[in-house]
Design a protein around this ligand. Structure first.
Ligand code: NAP
Length: 251
């Protein structure tokens, strides 16, 4: 419990699956964690309780990360809880929402997907960068979809993650001189509610079967890479979008 002792982490979308695994991993290594959620209050409380049971510190804060007023409130609540310094920011909140073909797209759906996945990453980063100093680290959860255009009906999701991937590189250049590193993960098929909701079982079996490691990934494998990138062990790594997909695709 020492890698992140005395450090503060903010994890968006920490109420389940990947965001929960990241929150718990960072807390196990000593970080105090702000666990953001939007609609899943019970899930966020479970994440916080799990951290407390391990002897760590965490608070749950409700904020729709696609709304600037909510981001302002998240920042205020984070400062209230753990002070005005943030060492680790993980932009994890995101979603597919539905699979739609080009002709099924409309403006509301466009705004939903782009705002939750990309606008949130921009404005959360803008808000918390002012609390970061040399040695801080930002990790964005992009997607393999940003590399390959995504699975069927996920054009906007894939495009929003493409924007996250590019924004990661731009921020690495802009914030590097301040000593802030910015990296991203491009996960392949990870077993979470995301795919329980939107991917048919037969597709999951087929994708897992054609993955060199012959399985889906799990949330704790994502969390381990996030913790590495957030640590001083990765002190010369910035602007990288890491494929973590069992060998399914190479970039
Ligand atoms: P998930 O189980 O659907 O969890 C999504 C999380 O995002 C939930 O905690 C949800 O919280 C939060 N969220 C959604 N909209 C939000 C909003 N407006 N404001 C705040 N929080 C919001 O998905 P997951 O698989 O863990 O995905 C986590 C991240 O990994 C996402 O960015 C996803 O795109 C990315 N990813 C996943 C996979 C995969 O195979 N699973 C692959 C590549 C990338 P509430 O329920 O509280 O709203």
């Amino acid at each position: 419990m020492s890698k992140f002792k005395g450090k503060v982490a903010v994890v968006t979308g920490g109420s389940r699956d990947i965001g929960r695994a990241i929150s718990i991993k960072l807390a196990k290594e000593g970080a105090k964690v702000v666990v953001n959620y939007n609609s899943s209050e019970a899930g966020a409380n479970e994440t916080v309780n799990e951290i407390k049971a391990l002897g760590g510190e965490a608070v749950a804060v409700k904020a729709d990360v696609s709304k600037l007023a909510d981001i302002k409130n998240l920042k205020e609540k984070a400062i209230e809880a753990f002070g005005d310094k943030v060492d680790i920011l993980v932009n994890n909140a995101g979603g597919l929402f539905a699979r739609k073909t080009l002709q099924e797209l409309d403006e509301d759906f466009y705004n939903l997907v782009m705002d939750v996945n990309f606008k949130s990453t921009v404005f959360i980063t803008q808000a918390f960068e002012t609390l970061m100093t040399e040695g801080a680290s930002i990790i964005n959860i992009s997607s393999q979809a940003s590399r390959d255009g995504g699975g069927g009906g996920s054009s906007l999701y894939a495009s929003s993650k493409g924007a996250v991937t590019t924004f990661t590189r731009a921020m690495a250049k802009e914030l590097g001189p301040k000593g802030i590193r910015v990296n991203a993960l491009c996960p392949g098929l990870i077993a979470t509610k995301f795919h329980d909701d939107f991917t048919k079982d037969e597709i999951r079996v087929k994708v897992a079967g054609s993955t060199p490691l012959r399985r889906e990934g799990n949330a704790s494998e994502i969390a381990d890479l996030v913790a590495y990138l957030a640590s001083d062990e990765a002190s010369f790594i910035t602007g990288v979008n890491y494929d973590i997909n069992g060998g399914l695709a190479f970039s």
